[in-house]
Design a binder for this molecule. Structure first.
Ligand SMILES: Nc1ncnc2c1ncn2[C@@H]1O[C@H](COP(=O)(O)OP(=O)(O)OP(=O)(O)O)[C@@H](O)[C@H]1O
Ligand SMILES: [Mg+2]
Length: 324
């Protein structure tokens, strides 16, 4: 598998309609209402060209609704939205021709084989015949599906279906790739394989826009991200910058009742105590005094680690993470 070579054969040239360093997607006051209920409440977006931009947020935050508006699949209720410098409502065909889509649920056509599904998409984009055969072959190899080319969809595992959906999204060599929860429900190996491929696409200059419930995925892949909650953007920035801005550098996770932890640690300066279920979380810039106090109580179980995007998510959304 010649990973790097594939990416280098397809370097993304300048994106028409977007100045160098400009934004591929621009939204201002973007709003979507369903039956009078607001799913997206006046968000502003600037998705820079190249690199990976993430949407995080709990179930129902409005992530998929936003992606569907960007793709022209769902008209905004108000606000402005442009992709490649084109107004979405008047340029759906051109935007679709230059975009790849990995929807939240896999939807390959069960009546066709793996390769036929890719060829069908190529026809949808009216790609010249001479381009299609080598591209299908190349994409099947890129997503490690070459030995499944002639197999029916129902014989594929969940991970294979996901890889096919990603291959299909690349059939038109898109400048912008939109992925709605690309690795939800996949085993760790497949997730890592997909991360590698997405990184290669990023290195080749593609713009990636993805949603995820996995904070480790967002930390690994995203150069920049927004956290949505209740239809609003409640935080925005690079993953590391968000961690630095919103949470203390360390957290000690402690199994112990709330009253004991409050008595032990509550009086230490610069310490913030949180609780999720049975676990207490002690956030601090200075580990030593916390560990010293915990050491005074025999049998109390604890572990410490640097804070991550997961801690940011818990703090700013006030929600527990969903297990995908
Ligand atoms: N077609 C629709 N008709 C009515 N309400 C909708 C429709 N699509 C989405 N909604 C509502 O809009 C809100 C946002 O939904 P959306 O699917 O965008 O959330 P999400 O952030 O993608 O969530 P998840 O993480 O569960 O995928 C929810 O309250 C949802 O019920
Ligand atoms: Mg969704």
């Amino acid at each position: 598998m010649q990973d790097q070579e594939w990416a280098l054969e397809h370097p993304q040239g300048p994106v028409a309609g977007v100045a160098p360093g400009g934004s591929v997607v621009v939204a201002r006051g973007l709003t979507k209402a369903f039956d009078g209920r607001l799913a997206v409440r006046g968000i502003d977006l600037d998705v820079p060209q190249g690199g990976c931009f993430g949407f995080l947020g709990p179930n129902g935050a409005g992530k998929t609704t936003t992606l569907r508006m960007i793709l022209g699949q769902s008209p905004p209720s108000s606000g402005t939205l442009s992709v490649f410098g084109l107004p979405v409502e008047r340029s759906i065909r051109e935007i679709r021709a230059r975009t790849g889509v990995v929807p939240q649920a896999d939807n390959a056509d069960p009546d066709f084989t793996v390769a036929e599904n890719l060829r069908m998409y190529a026809r949808y984009f009216r790609l010249p015949r001479a381009v299609v055969a080598p591209r299908v072959r190349e994409l099947l190899e890129f997503m490690e599906l070459a030995d499944r080319a002639d197999d029916p969809i129902k014989s594929l595992s969940g991970g294979m279906k996901r890889r096919l959906t990603i291959a299909r999204a690349l059939i038109n060599d898109p400048e912008l790739i939109i992925l709605d929860e690309p690795t939800t429900g996949l085993d760790p190996q497949v997730r890592r394989m997909i991360w590698n491929r997405l990184r290669q696409l990023g290195h080749a200059g593609k713009t990636l826009l993805l949603t995820t419930h996995y904070m480790d995925e967002a930390e690994r892949l995203c150069d920049d991200l927004v956290v949505m909650d209740g239809g609003r953007i409640i935080a925005q920035g690079a993953p590391r910058a968000l961690v630095e801005a919103h949470v203390e550098p360390y957290v000690v996770e402690i199994q112990g009742d709330a009253a004991t932890l409050q008595r032990l640690l509550g009086s230490l300066p610069g310490v913030r105590l949180e609780r999720v279920g049975e676990t207490g979380y002690c956030y601090t810039a200075s580990l030593a005094p916390v560990l010293e106090r915990l050491g005074q109580v025999p049998g109390i179980s604890h572990r410490h680690r640097p804070t991550t995007l997961e801690d940011v998510f818990l703090r700013i959304t006030g929600h527990e993470l969903r297990e995908a």
